[in-house]
Design a protein around this ligand. Structure first.
Ligand code: C2E
Ligand code: MG
Ligand code: MG
Ligand code: MG
Length: 292
């Protein structure tokens, strides 16, 4: 019995710990292979103009079709990708794929469509981010005005000065910027006012209980009011119920995203939704495309 050695030491050698380590290493190996073997793809979740019911943007969300484990969601592997540095090649692949698709939609006539791409902290802080983005824009021919990068508060607040410089460089290229999961990180409002951002995405935890919790509805209403006073647009995440949509559009939240309208769908399905989907400002009239 490892009685005398103390709990910390004992825990380090516990079978559960070893198994976890093994799982992580296997996942890391598998993730390396996934990039080469084209097991990754992007799905796109519509963002709806809450006043008109039309799609004004699509968020690219990473999907991993693992040969044995099936479909894996980013919650399971993004953290490992961050910790191992695999997020750098992974993130570059995501950007290139999203820009290529954005270009295709721009060619098809969707010039005002916004394609939103998530950027994780380590990715944002990587050296050579701007040249890499320039190269991808050049290579794909994507109009940067159709590209939005989503960053979290934590990413930006880590070193606000460097972040501001990077954001400005991105803005100069015509790329738009959003703060993701707003309200869950720590944002200094004094920094917020200096960041050249376009949009705040209200985290879905606040939207969730919007109609049931006085606190959450107060927070959501205050974020929308503050954003407007700062000249920022608002996107509400995780809208699942028509009542939430009604309140949000009443309060002037320009864009809503959530399962009420659509989950993230394949490129082909997204293309079909762009052509056909028109959501009512109350209950969505079409949750699926009218044509296949
Ligand atoms: P996120 O950027 O906040 O993306 C929104 C997440 O909420 C997505 O989960 C989406 O499927 C989910 N969602 C959307 N509407 C609803 C709703 O009405 N109800 C509920 N319960 N959930 C909803 P997903 O695709 O699993 O992604 C999770 C997170 O992983 C993302 O959160 C983002 O932080 C990260 N992620 C996804 N793709 C990428 C990527 O390409 N690169 C990086 N760095 N991170 C990514
Ligand atoms: Mg996001
Ligand atoms: Mg979010
Ligand atoms: Mg998130």
């Amino acid at each position: 019995q490892a009685k005398a050695s103390g709990r910390g030491t004992f825990k380090f050698f516990s079978p559960e710990h070893n198994e976890k380590m093994l799982q992580r290493m296997q996942l890391e190996q598998a993730l390396r292979r996934a990039i080469e073997h084209q097991e990754l793809s992007l799905d796109y979740q519509p963002q709806i103009d809450s006043a008109t019911g039309s799609i004004n943007g699509l968020e690219a969300l990473l999907r991993w079709q693992h040969p044995q484990l099936g479909l894996l969601l980013p919650g399971l592997f993004i953290t490992i990708a961050e910790e191992t540095g695999l997020i750098i090649p992974l993130g570059e692949w995501v950007l290139r794929t999203a820009c290529r698709q954005a270009r295709a939609w721009q060619r098809a006539g969707y010039h005002r469509l916004r394609i939103a791409v998530n950027i994780s902290p380590r990715q944002f802080q990587q050296r050579g981010l701007i040249p890499m983005i320039d190269a991808i824009l050049q290579e794909t021919g994507c109009d940067p005005r159709g590209l939005e990068l989503e960053l979290t508060e934590t990413t930006l607040m880590d070193s606000p000065k460097e972040a501001t410089a990077l954001l400005k460089a991105l803005k100069r290229r015509g790329i738009s910027l959003a703060i993701d999961d707003f309200g869950t990180g720590y944002s200094s409002l004094s920094h917020l006012k200096h960041f050249p951002i376009d949009r705040l995405k209200i985290d879905r935890s606040f939207v969730n209980d919007l109609t049931r919790s006085r606190e959450d509805s107060a927070i959501v209403e205050a974020i929308i009011a503050m954003a407007h006073r700062l000249g920022l647009e608002v996107v509400a995440e995780g809208v699942e119920h028509p009542d939430q949509h009604a309140i949000l559009s009443d309060w002037g939240c320009k864009t809503c995203q959530g399962f009420l309208y659509s989950k993230a769908v394949s490129t082909e399905e997204a293309t079909a939704l762009l052509a056909t989907a028109q959501y009512s400002t109350g209950i969505p009239s079409t949750l699926t495309p009218q044509t296949k």
